[in-house]
Design a protein around this ligand. Structure first.
Ligand SMILES: Nc1ncnc2c1ncn2[C@@H]1O[C@H](COP(=O)(O)OP(=O)(O)O)[C@@H](O)[C@H]1O
Ligand SMILES: CC(=O)N[C@@H](CCC(=O)OP(=O)(O)O)C(=O)O
Length: 305
């Protein structure tokens, strides 16, 4: 090897070695990654996302993908001349809209992610919360200023049966899950519920005993004083987050509620990271330069990357 080649190769080796403690720490651990609809609109980002997830799998972690698709659902409803209305951060879901939600999430967004992951080998298997009783839900009512509001076929998860996901992970596969739940009511003719994907990812992370919940979105993390400042809170405990929850708005509400639920139910860290940054997952897991916001259980004082 010439001296020049040695010089250019060395930083690459250093980067790999920097990852060694994180590889050791995360080996065999389950990571639930929520890929948000707003971070999913860019082709290059989607490809980089798939590469990162496959990298995690080959590095010995057990990644599970739960995907959103809010913008894609809204675009399709718009195409059909149907309205998109949100109350308390959740889509008002008529039975007609429910059909569109299911079609777009399971038939379009999930298929695309499975395809991108499987460009790297026979790894990804798509399913929805309906499959193998993965997610069971009852009707959820929104709480708007203390009032109980009917928002249609939006579900509240009552039970998770993670058996099928565990089996896929044990088989070395990458489960890719759409946030649609079966109804707990056998007499319910419509059969399925629309669940916010952040909520579904958090519930699944807890049920799987995941080490990490990672929520990718279209902002840098949780802003301390949104929309007035772009100061990101880098780390907070469950109790600190609980105090902030009433002041949060729109899409951040289910995200941070999900993070809180996850760390209060056995998940070691819940992170909100910027899905617009290419390879943000690798940066977050394998380098010292953790980005975004990390939520930890109350007892924990020292962080992990
Ligand atoms: N405190 C906050 N910090 C950051 N973003 C916030 C905050 N409060 C509200 N938001 C809004 O939440 C959005 C993220 O939620 P959402 O649009 O549902 O993302 P995704 O499609 O990734 O699930 C941000 O783009 C921002 O507009
Ligand atoms: C009940 C509810 O609001 N469900 C969401 C499900 C998709 C989702 O959560 O997508 P993002 O992660 O891209 O926002 C919806 O219909 O938009």
């Amino acid at each position: 090897m010439t001296t020049t080649r040695k010089h250019t190769a060395l930083p690459k080796a250093r980067t790999l070695i920097e990852a060694l403690p994180w590889l050791t720490r995360h080996h065999g651990k389950t990571v639930v990654i929520k890929f948000g609809g707003n971070a999913m609109v860019d082709e290059e980002l989607k490809r980089a996302f798939a590469q990162d997830v496959v990298f995690l799998r080959h590095a010995g972690l057990r990644p599970v993908v739960v995907h959103g698709g809010g913008p894609q659902i809204s675009a399709h409803l718009d195409l059909l001349g149907l309205p998109s209305e949100f109350k308390g951060g959740l889509r008002v879901t008529t039975p007609e809209a429910m059909n569109v939600v299911r079609m777009v999430l399971a038939g379009q967004v999930q298929r695309e992610l499975v395809g991108l992951l499987n460009e790297h080998g026979p790894l990804a298997v798509g399913m929805t919360g309906e499959d193998a009783h993965l997610m069971t839900a009852t009707k959820h009512y929104a709480d708007i200023d203390g009032e109980r509001v009917d928002i249609g076929r939006v579900g509240e998860i009552t039970d998770i049966d993670p058996g099928a996901v565990q089996a896929l992970l044990d088989d070395g596969r990458i489960p890719v899950i759409s946030s649609i739940a079966r109804s707990s009511d056998d007499g319910d003719q419509s059969g399925v519920f629309n669940v916010n994907a952040d909520t579904a990812a958090a519930a699944l992370a807890a049920a799987l005993g995941a080490e990490t919940l990672m929520v990718l979105t279209d902002v840098e993390g949780l802003y301390e004083d949104w929309p007035n400042s772009d100061e990101v809170i880098s780390r907070l405990t469950a109790t600190q987050l609980e105090k902030l929850l009433p002041d949060l708005a729109s899409g951040m509400v289910p995200k941070m509620q999900g993070c809180l639920y996850a760390v209060r139910n056995g998940v070691h860290t819940a992170r909100v990271i910027d899905g617009r940054v290419q390879h943000s997952i690798l940066l977050e897991i394998f380098t010292d330069e953790g980005i975004g916001t990390m939520v930890v259980p109350d007892a924990e004082t020292e962080g992990e990357s």
